[in-house]
Design a protein around this ligand. Sequence first.
Ligand code: CTP
Length: 448
Amino acid sequence: MKTVITYGTYDLLHQGHINLLRRAKELGDYLIVGVTNDNFDRERGKLNVCNNVLERVEAVKATGLADKIIIEDYLGQKIDDIQRYDVDIFAIGSDWEGQFDYLDEYCEVVYLPRTEGISSTMLREERQKTINVGIVGCGNIARRFVPEAAFVSGIQIAGAYDHDSAVLNGFVKSNSLPCAYPSFEAMLDDIDAVYVATPHLSHYGYCKQALLARKHVLCEIPLALEERQAQELYSLAEEQGIVLMEAHKTAHCPAFNHLMVMIKSGAIGEVVDIEASLSRLLPDKSRREFDPGQAGGSMYESAVYPLLPIFKLLGTEYRELNIYSRMENGVDIYTKGVLRYPNAVCSFKIGLGVKTEGNLVISGTKGYAYVEAPWWKTDYFELRYEDRNKNKKFFYKWDGEGLRYEIHEWMSCIINGRLGSSRLLPKESIAMARAMQQFTERKNFMEI
Ligand code: CTP
């Protein structure tokens, strides 16, 4: 018996796939089809796959051509599969010509003719709605947004607005954007969605105006500095049937998400303690980050990062939050927060003028998770146990600035009519604003 193996994503299964599977089947007696897992596709940079792995497996099954279907999870798996299933022929479309020659050490490698004029990419583009996005605020963060958006399909950047016309024109020119809008209102009239990348204190106003105009919003952190404001914005988005997302890049980090899921499924037992730390020493004290008039300081700048794993794993209903800060010229250059839960205690350390270790340690009754700096955009974590033989390391992909993951989720929510993302729930985002408000009001606060 001759065994043939072939691999693919098989998204929006089309005639090209069917022809390829038929040709592969004809090469032998038994056809194994490897279908890529969703995570594996994401790691390979295929962010826009429409069907999930179960749907894709079902579609391949429905062709009746596969004798066995397996899931491709990791790089290097092909060699393992060829050996495990005693494969005689590895077959793949001619678009991969030459790229799998290294497998000829293990079996025969055959490149089959590809069907011209059709591909999943083409079909995705055909069914893809284009969302016109405007950017308000043309500073550093917006500069990173434009190249990252290029990795997400369905998004088109229509133009930008900044109250400083020199900054605006420079930004529009350097990013080759179609339009420098004369006002925020003019931009809103022309777009479907807005990315708010202005300084902190203007987030609430721009978001509210955009939501009232029924435009989807992706707002840079922190969405709001007061609980009531954050609540109001999410309620408004819900009433309007519009997507409002806080641009919390850690919430969309593939490794971080997997860590949360693993811990929630009991990988380290019951969580009893979380320590999260993050610091960025900025020598230039004239920056906005040190200006009390522009909501500078560690708490407004960074608290949303350590609060994310805490709220994700222990919920937003903590009993109390005690805040200890080192203040300098009206801003906290260092803050330590201690949150007490009924059955857990957590702490975070954030600094703009004090350097901290910068790791995330989540301790449970059976083991602990260790994520080294920069855990907030990590591609790696470890689960550690009393018995060191059980320790495990997990590796993922984190491409570029990582903004593509949050932009992708925002677009996916808009296009698929999902009003919110489970990666950052409104109540979690609102609780972050509550913590910042407590700091502003100096409640349970002590200067050190
Ligand atoms: N294939 C083919 N003819 C096509 C499209 C795909 O023979 N017109 C083959 C590929 O060469 C591969 C298999 O089908 O062997 C699965 O390919 P996959 O990457 O899932 O499909 P594409 O349509 O090429 O997807 P994409 O556009 O996302 O690259």
